[in-house]
Design a binder for this molecule. Structure first.
Ligand SMILES: C[S@@+](CC[C@H](N)C(=O)[O-])C[C@H]1O[C@@H](n2cnc3c(N)ncnc32)[C@H](O)[C@@H]1O
Length: 361
């Protein structure tokens, strides 16, 4: 029998006190750790640590010349990175995106309902918006290879405005395609595109308006678009791309937790408000994770205070920690049938007051 996860209540006073010195939101160090998982076999624990696979570690550091050199300020906006900077991004931040996407996809695919829905298809269509060097793509492909053995073809459409990063993404996907762990034929369209906002005409321009996607992901790009002035970018993203989800498709939005100084708001709050508003308007979709948003049917007002910690280890750094806010969304039927509840979630439904309408910023 599946055990119910324990949740630890977070007090109101813990919330905004948790602004770390780098401007990130996190649960404070003084917060007692959540109770240890009761079991690791029921598929209901969000995996939060990963090691960069050997092939990927060797390829990026030894063959492509990636460098580990953290510099949070420089890498808050990555559209204009030059070749050297892309190699620093690759050695420093790409492994984090790999780990976050791998852990989230792995947890999703451990859920029987989601796994069965995905594995009934011989062909998967995957869209990544703002893929950069492709950390989240390789993370997702690795989780697919682990859980879905019968996918014959994976079609990828990946967009980004930095062509140097896209060259790396192409090399990595080609390298991944030739690995023994990959049993699928991979067809990747890697497309250079600088977005000023998201709109329906983008879909026609790239001839993706008629495609049904099984996975849609955007990792750490929308925060940059907001900083560039497209202040409704999460709202526009959901309204533009969610209708393209296949009946059992899943969309994952992953982002950093920085503060937008000009807007005087933390990114998770903007993300939460805009995604929830767009989902309420579309009325066909529901959040799967964080599970509280699902339970509260996207009337949630609290995820904006919380970040989730992940950790990646590789040859240049052991236990490199990152903090993100994320949402995984699907059509209501899949969201309800999968009923995912993950153990790392520290809040309870009572902490999550309903909101009727909020300003999306
Ligand atoms: C932090 S990186 C994330 C890359 C990758 N998704 C990951 O998680 O590692 C942000 C990416 O968004 C892209 N980006 C930022 N603004 C953009 C825009 N207006 N149009 C297209 N791409 C943009 C950058 O070129 C960069 O590759």
């Amino acid at each position: 029998m599946t055990k119910q996860p324990k949740t630890r209540k977070i007090k109101a006073s813990e919330r905004l006190d948790d602004v770390a010195s780098n401007g990130d939101l996190a649960l404070s160090a003084s917060t007692p750790p959540p109770p240890p998982p009761e079991t690791s076999t029921d598929g209901e624990i969000l995996k939060t640590t990963a090691t960069l696979p050997d092939w990927l570690d060797k390829y990026i550091y030894d063959e492509l010349g990636a460098k580990f050199a953290p510099d949070h300020e420089r890498y808050e906006n990555n559209l204009d990175l030059n070749k050297e900077e892309v190699l620093i991004y690759l050695g420093t931040y790409f492994p984090r995106s790999y780990a976050e996407a791998f852990c989230i996809s792995n947890s999703l695919l451990e859920n029987e309902t989601i796994k069965n829905a995905m594995s009934s298809k011989g062909e998967l269509n995957l869209l990544s918006v703002g893929c950069g060097a492709g950390g989240e793509l390789i993370g997702m492909l690795t989780a697919i290879a682990k859980h879905l053995s019968n996918v014959e073809t994976i079609n990828i459409w990946a967009f980004d405005g930095n062509d140097k990063a896209l060259k790396i993404a192409r090399l990595l996907i080609d390298k991944y395609t030739d690995l023994p762990i990959n049993r699928s034929k991979i067809c990747a369209s890697i497309i250079h595109r600088e977005f000023d906002s998201f709109k329906e005409s983008d879909l026609n321009e790239f001839k993706i308006g008629k495609i049904k996607f099984d996975l849609i992901v955007s990792s750490k790009m929308i925060v940059e678009l907001i900083a560039q002035g497209s202040v409704k970018a999460y709202y526009d993203f959901v309204k533009t791309f969610l209708p393209l989800l296949s009946p059992n498709g899943i969309c994952a939005l992953i982002d950093v937790t920085i503060k937008h100084e000009k807007l005087n708001k933390f990114n998770p709050e903007i993300m939460n408000n805009q995604i929830s508003k767009a989902l309420r308007e579309l009325n066909e979709f529901q959040t799967i994770l964080p599970s509280l948003c699902r339970e509260n049917k996207d009337n949630c007002n609290i995820c904006r205070f919380v970040s989730y910690k992940f950790s990646v280890s590789h040859s240049r750094k052991n236990n490199d920690q990152s903090k993100i806010a994320y949402r995984v969304i699907a059509r209501k039927k899949l969201a309800q049938e999968s009923a995912l509840t993950l153990q790392t979630e520290v809040l309870t439904a009572n902490d999550c007051p309903s909101i009727i309408e909020r300003d999306i910023l």
